[in-house]
Design a protein around this ligand. Structure first.
Ligand SMILES: *Cc1c(COP(=O)(O)O)cnc(C)c1O
Length: 388
């Protein structure tokens, strides 16, 4: 391996991604298209390689959350349709058309601006209408008081020159929660979604692609498959729902034991002296820190996995390094590989200890960490430092 790869790296198992893709498709039924959510560099997994793999597997759509992410995919040779879920400034409309991006449209004023810019560019912007059924983020409101006004606004939007309305969608707020209130909330969101799409169809406005299911809904409500579903986190094999569905983690974050220190009893370790050895200790210094994405809140809480057992992270996690207690693991030597998150050391558990969600931990794995892609146990691609 290259020297940069002897520090800290993320192994991306494309076979696990393929397994998860097939399992999710089987769950949602063949009539429902698969939209792979690859925003935020595919949740830290590397958007270009993940998208290429999904394209090869037969996914029909991808989604990002800004135009630059879509451009990166086009430059990487990805030709699938791409839905831009987030806010695109209207003055980027020509660029969106040029890189064949489908834009989510959340209001009439946004639609008017896109329409004006599309006409100016002499092109047509494909759009999906975004409905707000309870997330209160983007979208035409669908609650009782706003329903009729939104219905009429959507009809006007879809008739605007320079726009081509292909789809309509909504996003769930608590579809990943199993309690009764959350289930009632999700069912109400779904009822508002179908009420609006059916009312629009009744006025002669039928959309080719209706979609609502995120990971939570794919796991908990496969009956919401519609014409397309939009799994993010579960396709990466992360979260309790992925575990329940037998999906496999795609990312394994690894580092090495860079140095081993023998420290006497009652020795303070790292900034703040928050840890003191309770016995003569063998402490490993690992070249991974919060600048690599290992949250500092995991100091004195998380552990690394070794083939002989786990080693607790002791003392504060520094910017570029942290320490792990290898006392009792004499087999672990300098240069040995350890797992920070992955198959043996679930990122879900680390997220719980850090007081956050696993999404945040894989998204946080920084640019300094090379991604190495594996297929059938063999390395097929790598992305090194200062990608792009
Ligand atoms: C991020 C996102 C998704 C995917 O969410 P997961 O919880 O990762 O499945 C789906 N739809 C929209 C609109 C999103 O913003």
């Amino acid at each position: 391996m290259d020297s940069t790869l002897r520090r800290t790296w993320a192994e991306i198992d494309l076979d696990a991604l393929a397994h998860n893709y097939r399992a999710l498709r089987a769950r949602m039924g063949e009539q429902s298209r698969f939209l792979g959510v690859v925003k935020a560099d595919a949740y830290g997994h590397g958007a270009v390689e993940v998208s290429r793999t999904l394209e090869e597997l037969g996914a029909e759509y991808l989604a990002v959350s800004n135009l630059d992410e879509a451009l990166e995919l086009r430059q990487g040779g990805v030709s699938l349709p791409i839905l831009q879920l987030g806010l695109t400034p209207a003055d980027q409309t020509a660029q969106a058309i040029a890189c064949r991006v489908t834009q989510a449209v959340w209001s009439e004023s946004a639609a008017l601006a896109f329409s004006r810019e599309a006409q100016r560019a002499g092109g047509t912007l494909k759009i999906h209408i975004k409905l707000d059924t309870g997330m209160s983020r983007l979208g035409f409101p669908c609650d009782g008081g706003s329903f009729d006004a939104s219905l009429e606004a959507i009809r006007r939007v879809c008739a605007l020159p320079g726009l081509e309305a292909e789809g309509i969608f909504t996003h769930f707020a608590v579809s990943d929660e199993a309690d009764e209130d959350s289930r009632a909330y999700t069912l109400r969101q779904y009822r508002q979604f179908t009420a609006m799409t059916e009312s629009l169809a009744g006025k002669g406005l039928a959309f080719a692609i209706r979609h609502c299911a995120n990971s939570g809904a794919a796991a908990g409500y496969p009956q919401f498959a519609c014409d397309m579903f939009r799994p993010g986190i579960v396709s990466y094999g992360i979260g309790h729902q992925a575990e329940d569905l037998g999906l496999r983690p795609v990312m394994t974050l690894k580092t090495v034991v860079g140095a081993v220190r023998e420290l006497p009893e009652d020795t303070a370790v790292s900034y703040g002296c928050t840890f003191r050895t309770a016995r003569p200790s063998r402490i490993g210094v690992l070249p991974i820190g919060y600048a690599d994405g290992l949250h500092r809140t995991l100091s004195n809480r998380w552990q690394v996995w070794t083939p002989w057992g786990t080693a607790p992270i002791v003392g504060r996690i520094c910017m570029d390094m942290c320490m792990a207690d290898l006392t009792g693991l004499p087999q672990v030597r300098e240069g040995g590989e350890v797992e920070v998150y992955g198959i043996h050391n679930s990122v879900n558990d680390a997220a719980r200890l850090a007081g956050t969600i696993s999404y945040e931990l894989t998204c946080a794995v920084s640019r300094r960490v090379p991604r190495v892609y594996f297929r059938s146990g063999r390395e097929v691609a790598r992305e090194l430092l200062l990608r792009g």
